[in-house]
Design a protein around this ligand. Structure first.
Ligand code: SAM
Length: 296
C-alpha cells in the first residue's frame, strides 16, 4: 500500500469512529505543528478531555473547534474515568489531549488508555510533537537505542538511586526538567556521571528562541550559571561509554560478583550479562572465565 492509498483508506474510515478513544498529539510551542488529521479529529469528536480547559480552549479556538471540553488531569483522572468511558459506551468518540505534546508522556493518559482497552474500545493515536524525541534527534548523540527518564524523583533516596542507574546506563538518556530545578539537576548529574559526559540541552523547542546547548555537562552547567535558565528544557545525556572508567574494579572482583549472583540463584548467562553491564567487562569473557572455573 503506498502513501496515497493509505491516505485514502483513512478518509474512507471517516474519522472519528464511534466508540474510539483518540490520543492526540498537540504542539509543544509552534501551532503550525498541529496536523490536519489532529485538527479534524479535534473538530469532530463528541468530547475532548484535556488537562486545562482554559489553555486547550485557546488552541481549539484557533481551529474553530466547538467540541465540548472536560478537564482530565493528575488530580481527577480516577474520578473522571467512568464518565469518559460512558461516552464510548454510548458510541461517542473521545479525544484526549494534554497541555502540550503527546498525552501519556509525563502527562495523564496511560490510565485512560488502559481502561478503554480493557473494555475493548479502540484506541488510536494521532501522532504529534513530543519534546523527548524532538530533542533526541537534534542532539547528535546516539539515537538508535535510547531511554526516557522523564522527571527525576524529588525524594532524596529515590533520586540517588535513579542518578546511579543513569550514570551506568549505556544508552542515551532523555530527561525533562523545569527551569528552576535545572542547575540542581546538572550538578547532581555532574557528580554521578562526571563533568566530561556528553550532554545536549534543547531549550524552547519549536519556539522563537529555540536553542541547543552542549557539548558536556561541564559546558552546560557553566552556560546556565552565567545565563539564568528560562523557558522549557529537555536534557539529552550521552551513555556511559567510558570503558576505562567502568573497568575500575579488578578481574577477580568482577568474577567474585558474578559468582555471588549465581550463588543467589541467577542463571549464569543472565548473571554474566548483568555483571558485564555493571563492570564493563565483556559478557563473553566473564562467561568463559566462569566455565574455566567450573571445569577445574
Ligand atoms: N507530554 C509532553 C511531551 O510529549 O513532550 C511532555 C509534558 S512534560 C509535563 C513537560 C516537560 O517537557 C517540560 O518540563 C520540558 O522538560 C519538556 N518540554 C515540553 N515542551 C518543551 C519545549 N518546547 N522545549 C523543550 N522542552 C520541552
Amino acid at each position: 500500500m503506498d502513501l496515497l492509498d493509505n491516505h485514502q483508506s483513512q478518509q474512507e474510515r471517516s474519522e472519528p469512529c464511534p466508540g474510539t478513544l483518540y490520543i492526540v498529539g498537540t504542539p509543544i510551542g509552534n501551532l503550525g505543528d498541529l496536523s490536519p488529521r489532529a485538527k479534524s479529529i479535534l473538530k469532530n469528536v463528541s468530547l475532548i478531555a484535556c488537562e486545562d480547559t482554559r489553555r486547550s480552549g485557546q488552541l481549539l479556538k484557533t481551529i474553530k473547534s466547538k467540541a465540548p471540553l472536560l478537564s482530565y488531569h493528575k488530580h481527577n483522572f480516577k474520578s473522571r474515568q467512568s464518565q469518559l468511558l460512558e461516552i464510548l459506551e454510548r458510541s461517542g468518540s473521545l479525544a484526549l489531549i494534554s497541555d502540550a505534546g503527546l498525552p501519556g508522556i509525563t502527562d495523564p493518559g496511560q490510565e485512560l488508555v488502559h481502561a478503554a482497552k480493557s473494555k475493548s474500545y479502540e484506541v488510536i493515536c494521532i501522532p504529534g510533537p513530543c519534546a523527548a524525541t524532538t530533542a533526541l534527534v537534534i542532539s547528535g548523540l546516539p539515537s538508535e537505542r535510547f531511554c526516557f527518564e522523564g522527571f527525576l524523583p524529588k525524594k532524596q533516596s529515590l533520586r540517588k538511586k535513579r542518578l546511579e542507574d543513569i550514570s551506568q546506563e549505556l544508552r542515551t538518556t532523555v530527561i525533562y526538567e523545569s527551569p528552576h530545578q535545572l542547575i540542581k539537576l546538572l550538578e547532581d548529574l555532574s557528580i554521578s556521571c562526571g563533568k566530561e559526559r556528553p550532554m545536549q540541552i534543547a531549550r524552547e523547542l519549536t519556539k522563537r528562541y529555540e536553542e541547543s546547548i552542549g557539548n558536556t555537562i561541564e559546558d552546560v552547567l557553566k552556560y546556565f550559571i552565567e545565563n539564568k535558565p528560562k523557558g522549557e528544557f529537555t536534557i539529552v545525556l550521552g551513555g556511559n561509554n567510558n570503558k576505562s572508567n567502568k573497568n575500575k574494579i579488578s578481574e577477580s572482583e568482577a568474577l567474585n560478583k558474578l559468582n555471588a549472583l549465581i550463588n543467589q540463584g541467577e542463571k549464569s548467562n543472565i548473571a554474566a550479562r548483568k555483571i558485564s553491564k555493571e563492570t564493563g567487562y565483556e559478557k563473553k569473557w566473564l562467561y568463559s572465565r566462569l566455565h574455566k572455573k567450573l571445569d577445574k
